[in-house]
Design a protein around this ligand. Structure first.
Ligand code: MN
Length: 331
């Protein structure tokens, strides 16, 4: 990719990431954005949708274009681009209708991602499921380009954030010695872990905190037979607690904090569709389960899906299929 990237004049470059970007998606995009800027490339970051305000602190957040707010401009940029970076997603479905424009663009496409089984829409790829996060892959990319010394505070803050969230604060088994070595480099470059933790994890509204309490108290169902915890949230509850984009982020993880629980599921009625999040420990493959029954996918231990059934029917469907996995959910 080097000849394309460092051609003269600089390539018209777009960076896209998945819809409702999380810290890894946005952090990898802005981390790459800052790196390219140092190399004389003024890239445009495009998000397919909006995202939670716990990410607004990221350096150059204001330069991110929301496709839903600027569809014509975003499409024009994708169509005119020489180079499109596709970060933290493996399927063009993950970027909504922007995907058709990326597919049709004459631009060279560079996939940088850590999700299983990427589609073949790219010309170049830096891909592995063995790395903690797309942020860590952006770090690897910069190192591969011979520019480790260019990593500054802005890049470091962005990459730290996404690595921190995708590894569950450095606790998942995707956390390798190389992850910690990179983090040491990022801190040396100026990243401030205590502030980034604070921005992301201690930045909730009172409503959100009360709503979490309500969900844990009233909405969490434990199915001991399958070591499974399910939280189901309906549309009226979202409205009553004024729940906004990003507020239910992380709710699913609370199921896994219960002793013995191997599978946690969050099911939310998002009006048009019912959305599901899955988290597991041990041998339960959440990505297989979600792609088989809920047109979703993701990682082995963390994935998402959706359903056009009602909220209740969706929950029953999850429960109906648990017996097939009993051997993976119990000893
Ligand atoms: Mn990721």
């Amino acid at each position: 990719v080097r000849p394309v990237l460092f051609a003269t004049p600089a390539p018209k470059t777009v960076i896209v990431t998945h819809h409702k970007p999380d810290a890894d998606a946005l952090g990898s995009s802005l981390g790459l954005y800052h790196y390219l800027k140092l190399k004389g490339i003024d890239a445009q970051v495009i998000s397919p949708t909006d995202y939670g305000d716990f990410l607004f602190w990221m350096p150059s957040n204001e330069a991110v274009m929301n496709f839903e707010e600027n569809p014509e401009e975003a499409i024009r940029l994708v169509e005119a681009a020489d180079l499109v970076f596709c970060l933290d997603f493996n399927s063009l479905k993950r970027i909504n209708t922007l995907g058709e424009h990326v597919a049709n663009s004459k631009a060279q496409k560079v996939l940088i991602d850590h999700h299983q089984d990427p589609e073949n829409f790219d010309d170049y790829r830096l891909w592995t499921t063995a790395t903690s996060s797309t942020c860590e892959l952006i770090f690897d990319f910069i190192v591969l380009m011979g520019d480790r010394n260019l990593i500054n505070k802005q890049i470091a803050d962005c990459l730290y954030a996404g690595t921190m969230t995708d590894t569950g604060s450095f606790r998942f088994d995707s956390t390798k010695p190389s992850t910690h070595r990179m983090v040491a480099d990022l801190i040396e470059a100026g990243a401030l872990p205590h502030l980034i933790h604070d921005y992301i994890f201690d930045n909730y509204s009172l409503n959100r905190t009360r709503f979490l309490g309500y969900c844990l108290n009233e909405k969490l169902e434990l199915i001991p037979e399958y070591n499974t915890a399910i939280i189901t949230i309906n549309a009226q509850e979202l409205k009553k607690y004024h729940i906004i984009t990003g507020d239910t982020e992380g709710f699913v993880n609370f199921g896994l904090t219960i002793k013995g629980v191997r599978l946690a599921v969050l099911i939310v009625d998002r009006t048009v569709k019912v959305k599901l999040s899955f988290r597991s420990k041990g041998d339960f493959p959440t990505n297989e389960f979600s792609s088989k029954y809920f047109s979703g996918g993701g990682h082995f231990h963390a994935s998402g899906g959706e359903s056009t059934l009602s909220l209740e029917e969706t929950r029953e469907k999850v429960k109906k299929h648990l017996p097939e996995y009993k051997h993976l959910l119990t000893d």
